[in-house]
Design a protein around this ligand. Structure first.
Ligand code: FHN
Length: 495
């Protein structure tokens, strides 16, 4: 619309500046006279008038072009000139303080126990996939147990798939009947139940929302992951974004109380498409200013986004091949990973990470100034498999001793390395030693004077010497099952 408006403006300005136009309005004459007036002969204009009009026309064109570029860019790219509201800035701080979240991939795909990409991986048709919801009846789903488990693990927020790439809404959506209430024997809205329980237990709830859709015909032109699954070779992209997607987002942001934010995924399927981000981001920030927009598009952050997230890697790393962009020093950071190797329930995946690996991962995330969002894929009956439960509980136990060195901290003053990381909070630096082999441990210089050092394990004092070229800590060798030796350094107040 803005583009059309801009073009109309250009036309109007040119017409207004055209000598023919002024002549035409001053002496309209007959129809044929009007046409003639639009095409004045060069001889009719003085050279001076000609130059002036040419310059004015160029100037008007430049102004109109600027209007078009400014507004069209705003519409098609992202929420330009976005100024986060005070509520949003506060929510960002709280998000950073939270440090540890539970990621949940749960959908009708869980029935097949083959992960959330099974629709695509088996190249099923839409008609075939439509049968799946008929078998989804999570009779043992108990929101209280899920939220209690997150809390026992020391997690402070939950991010759950409101819909994945199959487009199936795991909530009561009026926008389409492709949803859990209308298509499954369960007939209830688990997100509503979960949201209420999260509010009761003081856990923030975020909704994962896939922009990529393998089911809706209006997701057209289709993207890189498409296959011939029986959808027609036509569709209305604008309808998909503005009516369907924004309609569902409006539901998620109005029917579930205050939510933590929206975790977007799937833009990478059509990286060059116009996703109407300005519109969608503005809608979210308007409905809930404190809701954080967390896009997993694997690109640099765009205006309107509130958190930069990294898939299967810490910020700045790229072992998984997703994270090629630089790390923002403005936005809160998050890194997501799986507890075994899968996102959605995978019956054949037993590659569970040990509690020690998970704890290490959490420490490394915190030392890299990032949150860790750790994924589990519940089973189709609504239960969380015991292999996940025991590991999460073990991490929670570890956090009950070491939480002070994680929650509410930011990345510390020393660059993370193979040896470990530092975190910091107020006048404390937490030195997390993840690997050491000698009784003395040296770290680079710290600006403030260290006035005290102790081990978090048993509060025993740690001997240290601080010189201009660094701090040396005397650290007894680790116990065989020790994951992280945390030395707390207390700093003198700076003058
Ligand atoms: O394709 C998805 C995948 O299924 C999963 O949801 C992860 C979570 O970060 N994101 C996508 C891949 O980037």
């Amino acid at each position: 619309m803005i583009l059309r408006f801009g073009l109309a403006m250009i036309r109007a300005i040119i017409a207004a500046l055209s000598p023919a136009a002024s002549q035409a309005t001053s002496s309209p004459g007959s129809a044929s006279g009007f046409v003639n007036n639009l095409m004045p002969q060069p001889s009719q204009l003085s050279a001076q008038e000609d130059t002036w009009r040419f310059a004015a026309k160029r100037c008007a064109l430049a102004v109109a072009f600027l209007i078009v570029v400014t507004f069209a860019g705003r519409n098609s790219l992202a929420q330009a000139n976005y100024q986060p509201s005070p509520e949003n800035l506060k929510a960002r701080q709280e998000f950073q303080n939270a440090k540890f979240g539970m990621f949940i991939h749960w959908g009708v795909y869980s029935v097949l126990g083959s992960g959330e990409w099974v629709f695509h991986d088996r190249a099923l048709t839409v008609d075939e996939y439509n049968r799946l919801p008929l078998f989804f009846d999570p009779e043992n789903f108990d929101a209280k147990t899920w939220v209690a488990l997150a809390k026992a693990a020391g997690m402070k927020y939950i991010t759950i798939t409101s819909r994945h790439h199959d487009g199936f809404a795991m909530f009561n959506s009026k926008v389409s009947d492709w949803n859990i209430v209308q298509r499954t024997p369960y007939k209830k809205d688990p997100l509503k139940i979960l949201a209420e329980e999260c509010h009761r237990q003081g856990i923030k709830l975020f909704f994962y929302y896939s922009q990529l859709d393998w089911h809706n015909p209006n997701y057209y032109p289709r993207g890189a992951t498409s296959w011939d699954n029986g959808r027609p070779n036509r569709g209305d992209w604008n309808l998909y974004l503005d009516d369907y997607m924004d309609g569902q987002l409006r539901e998620l942001l109005t029917n579930y109380g205050p939510i933590g934010g929206i975790w977007f995924d799937g833009m990478w399927d059509k990286p060059d498409a116009d996703w109407h981000l300005a519109r969608t981001y503005a809608l979210i920030h308007e409905l809930q200013p404190a809701a954080l927009i967390i896009p997993n598009h694997h690109q640099s952050p765009k205006p309107g986004e509130d958190v930069q997230t990294f898939e299967r890697d810490l910020p700045g790393q790229n072992t998984a091949g997703f994270n090629t962009t630089s790390v923002s020093n403005q936005l809160p950071l998050e890194s997501c990973d799986t507890l075994n190797g899968s996102w959605g329930f995978n019956i054949a995946d037993s590659k569970y990470k040990s509690p020690a690996e998970l704890e290490r991962r959490l420490v490394q995330a915190a030392g890299n100034n990032s949150n860790l969002l750790l994924n589990i894929g519940p089973m189709p009956n609504g239960e969380i498999q015991p292999e996940f439960v025991t590991r999460l509980q073990a991490v929670g136990e570890w956090l009950s001793n070491y939480g002070d060195s994680i929650y509410g901290t930011r990345g510390g003053p020393i660059a993370p390395g193979e040896w470990g990381v530092t975190t910091q909070k107020d006048n404390k630096i937490y030195v997390h030693i993840l690997s050491w082999h000698a009784p003395l441990f040296a770290i680079p210089p710290i600006a403030n004077k260290v006035v005290e050092a102790h081990s978090m394990l048993d509060a025993s004092p740690v001997e240290f010497t601080q010189k201009s070229d660094g701090v040396v800590l005397k650290v007894p060798l680790p116990k065989s099952d020790e994951v992280d030796r945390v030395i707390v350094l207390t700093l003198a107040a700076s003058h």
